[in-house]
Write a protein of this length. Structure first.
Length: 708
């Protein structure tokens, strides 16, 4: 039977999605109207400031209040759990970072972020090959996070299945010092010191934070220290400059590894095989300096530039074999530049807003590896090589208001991505050097129907591509169940077709409902072939398909009571049969690592009216319900983690203190003490798929805002 066309598959989902949407629409009809504005401004889709309601894309913004109220501000998963279509699986494993996926992109990642573009104050935190680290974001100094999903994200180039963009706080007008301290279950300790001031035309925000935990599981303790500083100034009226420096120091993060089904059932707090024996762990030190400048030529034209440079040292001890452990060391330096021209003009009577630009980024890392014993290096390295990736991209995008009811948005990006590897370890007479180049032109086109002042309907199409990362090219599949440390040039870049229909409805200033349904067809999807002792090899699958819907809504019942919710469902499966090693994968099997459904809801009551701008004084009480569906752990779908339902409770109280204030926090996560799997390690060869979530746990904290 021939596959259904994308349009038919999208419309086939609408009746099922409506069974969820209609009740929430009814529930969202406002019973109270206040002055609270929901017209937040976002920049992710258009590369310039625009109301999120008018943006022809699925985009959500998470503000400072949500970031601060969601926990100790250690992991992105704390606050971004409320974004539909975005899944962050909290592994409770700081050696591997959280697993982040958007509409299934990035779910295959064994560690770090893949397939998603990450930007901090406009500076890429994703290397040219598409890998990034969410832990490099300093959440205590973050003002807001924007999450862009769907075809418009493809205009960010290689591996842009979605975009996560963070923005550091603006400098306060008057000098102030902020101190935060959190303590919680399993030895969690978090301290943050922040200073901000504006001196004439110069503003500064500097933030230093520390974090440590003993961990819930054996061999899961971690320590972090982070410094983030932003300097902004305007040497001329037309010129604004931002300089950002970030230092991330994780001297030790122990890795408990995954558990087998039997180990999970017996004791989820234990460590996986050989984790303690070989002291499996990671150490990271990263420094990055970046800057951007915006020059206004006139009222309708401006130029933006950016440049950055960074270094990252990464040393990881792995479980290896039953005889020896293993270690891998990476020393990376990376840099990039970008130039963008923004303009507002007209084509006859049609208003136009457009941007064009060029971006170049390069990452070079020296990789070594060897054996270890009792968590220490032994003997000489058995791997030594230089790996390099770079991209050279041209893009243009814009939007035009065709009439009072219709607008069009689109763009085109041409990307060239190159990889090279120079092998210096030749004593085995096996030269692993190689080079690969990938090129793609990605178009995006969308239309918006402005049906009513409070209702927009849009439809988008885009074509994207995703190259392998250097980490994914670092290993080949060996004989039996082995993975060989050798540069793999047999991997193709995947290409994808994205279709999306959405709507945005804001019946009042205190209520809003966003809905999107999508279909994504991919050729040469990169999938995990085998994962052994922290070393993972990959291959291309001939075809995959994703279809799903996303829903988010907000409502203010009265001046003190508010409700927020988001929901999503996805059917991600292999559209064509293939073999993975000696294993046959049938068409129709679900893609692993992707929760089949997700629901977030929050009810919050505040003592002070919600319409009051700025920090709210008094009591705030909130309850969250988080539900996630089944997650398959392997391509054959023989292993999976059941869904979960988790209740989180929080309370805070703020006392005004002149221009400053004191805020006390308390939070209980998993109040219902659900026993569940937080994430899975896809296709783990030894069957150690499962990483347990935390049982009931609590956090208390205090924040002091002191004017100077």
């Amino acid at each position: 039977m021939p596959p259904k066309s994308p349009s038919k598959r999208i419309f086939r989902m609408l009746p099922f999605a409506a069974s969820w949407v209609v009740p929430l629409v009814v529930f969202t009809v406002p019973t109270y109207t206040a002055a609270q504005m929901l017209d937040e401004v976002v920049v992710s889709a258009s590369r310039s400031g625009q109301r999120s309601f008018d943006t022809p894309a699925a985009v959500q913004m998470v503000g400072r209040d949500s970031i601060q109220g969601a926990g100790p501000q250690v992991n992105l998963s704390e606050s971004l759990v409320r974004v539909p279509g975005l899944t962050i699986l909290d592994r409770q494993n700081y050696a591997q970072d959280s697993q982040v996926s958007i509409r299934g992109f990035g779910a295959r990642s064994a560690f770090g972020i893949r397939g998603i573009r990450l930007l901090i104050d406009g500076i890429p935190a994703t290397t040219p090959d598409g890998q990034g680290q969410g832990s490099s974001i300093s959440l205590p100094s973050t003002d807001r996070v924007e999450v862009l999903r769907g075809p418009m994200a493809l205009l960010y180039g290689n591996s842009s299945g979605g975009v996560i963009q963070t923005f550091t706080k603006a400098a306060p007008k008057d000098a102030e010092l902020t101190y935060q301290y959190y303590t919680g279950s399993y030895g969690l300790r978090r301290a943050d010191y922040q200073f901000g001031d504006t001196l004439g035309a110069i503003g500064i925000v500097a933030d230093y934070s520390t974090f440590s935990t003993d961990g819930y599981r054996v061999n899961s303790a971690a320590q972090r220290k982070q410094f983030n500083a932003k300097l902004e100034f305007a040497p001329q009226d037309a010129l604004r400059v931002n300089l950002v420096f970030n230092r991330f120091d994780m001297p030790e993060a122990l890795d408990p590894l995954g558990l087998t089904r039997a180990q999970l059932n017996a004791d989820p707090s234990q460590a996986g095989n050989n984790a303690v024996k070989y002291s499996v762990r990671k150490a990271v030190l990263q420094n990055q300096l970046g800057g951007s400048a915006s020059y206004v030529l006139d009222a309708d034209h401006s130029i933006t530039t950016r440049a950055y440079y960074g270094t990252r040292d990464n040393l990881q001890y792995q479980s290896g074999t039953q005889v020896n452990g293993a270690w891998t060391g990476l020393n990376r330096n990376y840099y990039g530049v970008g130039l963008q021209y923004n303009a507002r003009s007209s084509w006859g009577s049609v208003p136009l807003q457009w941007a064009a630009g060029y971006e170049f980024d390069r990452s070079r890392e020296f990789r070594q590896a060897g054996s270890s014993l009792n968590g220490q290096k032994t003997g000489l390295p058995n791997r030594s090589e230089d790996n390099q990736s770079d991209n050279s991209d041209l893009f243009v995008q814009g939007q035009a208001l065709l009439s009072e009811r219709w607008s069009v948005a689109g763009g085109l990006r041409n990307s060239s991505v190159r990889f090279t590897s120079d092998d210096y370890y030749l004593v085995d007479n096996n030269d692993g050097s190689g080079a690969m180049a990938y090129q793609s032109t990605t178009p995006v086109l969308g239309f918006t129907f402005h049906a009513l002042p409070e209702l927009n309907v849009y439809a988008n199409y885009g074509r994207g591509f995703e190259t392998p990362t250097l980490a994914e090219m670092a290993y080949k599949n060996g004989a039996g169940t082995n993975v060989v440390g050798q540069f793999n040039t047999a991997l193709n870049a995947s290409s994808s077709q994205h279709y999306e229909i959405g709507s945005k409805w804001a019946p009042s200033k205190t209520s809003r409902l966003d809905f999107a349904v999508y279909q994504i067809d991919t050729i040469d999807e990169l999938v995990v072939l085998r994962s052994v002792a922290g070393q993972t090899s990959y291959k291309n699958a001939p075809g995959t398909a994703r279809s799903g819907w996303e829903l988010s809504g907000s409502l203010q019942f009265n001046p003190h009571l508010a409700f927020n919710a988001s929901a999503s469902m996805i059917d991600a499966h292999y559209a064509q049969a293939f073999t993975s090693g000696a294993t046959a994968i049938d068409a129709g099997k679900k893609m692993p690592g992707i929760p089949q459904s997700f629901l977030y809801s929050e009810v919050a009551w505040t003592q002070e009216p919600l319409s009051v701008r700025g920090p709210q004084v008094g009591l705030r009480v909130a309850a969250e319900l988080v539900q996630a569906g089944r997650i398959y752990a392997n391509d054959t779908n023989t292993e999976s983690a059941d869904g979960r339902t988790v209740l989180n409770l929080s309370v805070s109280h703020r006392w005004a203190w002149g221009k400053g204030g004191i805020t006390a926090y308390a939070r209980v996560n998993n109040a219902n003490d659900e026993r569940y799997v937080g994430s899975v390690i896809v296709n783990q060869a030894a069957g150690q798929y499962f990483e347990p979530g935390l049982p009931r746990n609590g956090t208390v904290g205090i924040s002091l805002q002191i004017p100077l």
